[in-house]
Design a protein around this ligand. Sequence first.
Ligand code: PLP
Length: 420
Amino acid sequence: MDKFDSFGNEYHPETLALGLGYNPSLSEGAIKPPVFLASTFEFKSAMEGKRFFEVAYGLREKDPNEQMGLIYSRINNPNLQIFEERISAWDKTEKGAVFASGMAAISTSVLAHLCPGDVLISSKPVYGGTHYFFENILPRFGVKTFQVNIRDNMAEAFAECVKENQIDPEKVKMVYLETPANPNLRMVDIQQVSDYCKGPLKGALLAVDNTFLGPVFQRPAEQGADLIIYSATKFIGGHSDLVAGVVTGSEKNLAPIIEHRTIFGTMANPFTGWLLLRSLETLSVRMRRQAKSAKKMASVLLEHPLVNNVHHPSVFTGEQKRIYEAQCSGAGSLISFDVKGGEEKAFKLLDSFQVARLAVSLGGTETLVEHPMSMTHSDVPKHELEAMGVTEGTIRMSVGIEHFKDLKRDMLQALEKMDA
Ligand code: PLP
């Protein structure tokens, strides 16, 4: 299947997820791509092998319409390639690369683009593993990193950071955003930060972790982001049965990342690629259903006397609401909320659910609940979490595809037990 029909109409991503990049006649007519469990691929001739390597190692440009030949599964593999075409079509970018995990995608992308002496500035909070990489690992490679708390005007906040720390703007090679942020769901105006990167920062790359809303409800390339990064372990995989990561962007920005992936060996394996293809087919259906239930759950929580603050884009107000409406087409299914009574009550609630499962991670078909302060964010100092609105009573919930009436009943009975 091509991206366009015979009249030149572009297919939607949901349609492309079922056919783009796969030709059944090359696989005995199989309606779905088989799993290509092969470490290496046979060349038709020595000359063909030589020509494939020339392209893979950048020794010559591809001829017009020349397809990159299959060589070795650390370099390329049909399951990975088909998935990469489909996910980059969804993000409206030129190219995609799939990795063994979200952290493999993040670390390979950053190391491919930054050198000793360069500066990376990120929004804060970011996922704990990303935070650790920025704080403890990148500095060992001579990269200076700064993290700036999310507030409504992030271009201004980054400019203040550059000024206060006397950073040479030309040394800032990457600005990194996670929006919405984990676990407080705060959003950053991507277009505003993109303008700041392209203007005062003289072309710093803008990378956006799009795990929470993308690619169904948020496509940062449309607001000027250069690298769109995912933990595909979450919604894209969607069934809590695999670990993977993705980066999409322009051919130019992906080239060094793919080069580093080949050498670091951080690519996904063929079976994970196959599972991701299966999952991508239902991504839009799952994310929309989950978001619908999450919106209803947010209003149940808002009205509950034992709940203090509810964070979900559907209940945003002021500037956060404006940002949400400008750059997202749906609110997603992550909610965080505070229960009255601190850790003791929060734990009692977590131990009382019968449908929702007590586990970290998110984006799977099942509803998951966790306690950020003692679990996913336990390495962040308490006062920093409190400054971001994360308290001892904060619970994070990833709403799944169960029947909403069961989820609502489960929440109400758990809150009742918590209070007993
Ligand atoms: N980005 C976000 C927003 C995450 O929540 C996570 C994991 O929880 C990651 C990146 C890292 O992904 P992975 O666990 O697939 O390495």
